[in-house]
Design a protein around this ligand. Sequence first.
Ligand code: ADP
Ligand code: MG
Length: 343
Amino acid sequence: APGLNEEYTFTNFVVGDNNRFAANAAIAISKNPGTTYNPCLIYGGVGLGKTHLLQSIGNSVWQEKDNAKIVYVTAEDFTNEFIRSIQENKTHLFKNKYRKADVLLIDDIHFLQKKHETQEELFHTFNALFDAKKQMIFTSDRPVSEIKDITERLQNRFTRGLTVDLQPPQMETAVAILKKKAEKQGVYVANDVINLICQKITTNVRDLEAALTRIIAYAELVNKEVSLEVAQRQLKDFFSSPTQNNITVDVIQRVVADYFNLSANELKGKKRTRQVAFPRQMAMYITREITEASMTDVGLEFGGRDHTTVMHACQRISSRMRTDPTIEDIIQTLIRKIKEEGS
Ligand code: ADP
Ligand code: MG
């Protein structure tokens, strides 16, 4: 549809546990706009597919009914347009545009925070469209209750229909997204490179794609397949994002110990039974992966062990990860938890 990115379709959207509810709601809405789930609010963090889903609804309705009036706008543009219409004495044109929509898609409504006049205008737009049984879909980067400085009655309207959320993708879904993207571009990217990206970037699909784009560009410009080592080097700056900087070894030890029903002291202690040794090796591996700590640093943090012990632990875990996907999953889960706690 005009004004929409044609790449943002349901076909191009990979569905996993993290987004199934939202994706199915979006599909249902596009089949019967204005009937059941009105309005729909999609919320989720940055880069998790809000805009993609929102525009997919628009593109899909457009395909079904080519005379439908589909209006997509970011809350920011909505605000600016509204203000300009006041300055130029053209509010009637503004009202006309939005109140005649069959499907109104407003992206990033958290932007309306503190914009009182725009909130007022949107409130009236909402009521007009709602009464006319026109479909509205909104997105927000947080639950509506957490948007500060927004009138209660507007909050109330946003959540009157169906609210769905988007979570960061699990390893499997992240891998599927990147494989699909590489395939679409007709480029072969080795599985271990894709796994590396998905393992390191866990919170945001946009960053996943950016990392893959870098690898694909490298492969094309240097004209050869990218090895794991090259990928590691090429993606170094992606992997050391500032969000990882307040992760301390304490947090890592606590999360890993918790996960295996141990205490942090046991993890740092002398015991070398399998129940303790394996989690300890995992914790060391993770520390090396997501902090700047050297082998020696890690050894000191784990009960004053030698750096060669740390090195062996890391080698052992990486070789087990290559042969046993469940180990990789556990590591992935742990890193996710650690990042949550550390942010
Ligand atoms: P948001 O609006 O939530 O910040 P976007 O919709 O802009 O996120 O998504 C960021 C990028 O990630 C886009 O290129 C989008 O196509 C892609 N993306 C996100 N989720 C998926 C998914 N489930 N399948 C395929 N691509 C996705
Ligand atoms: Mg967006």
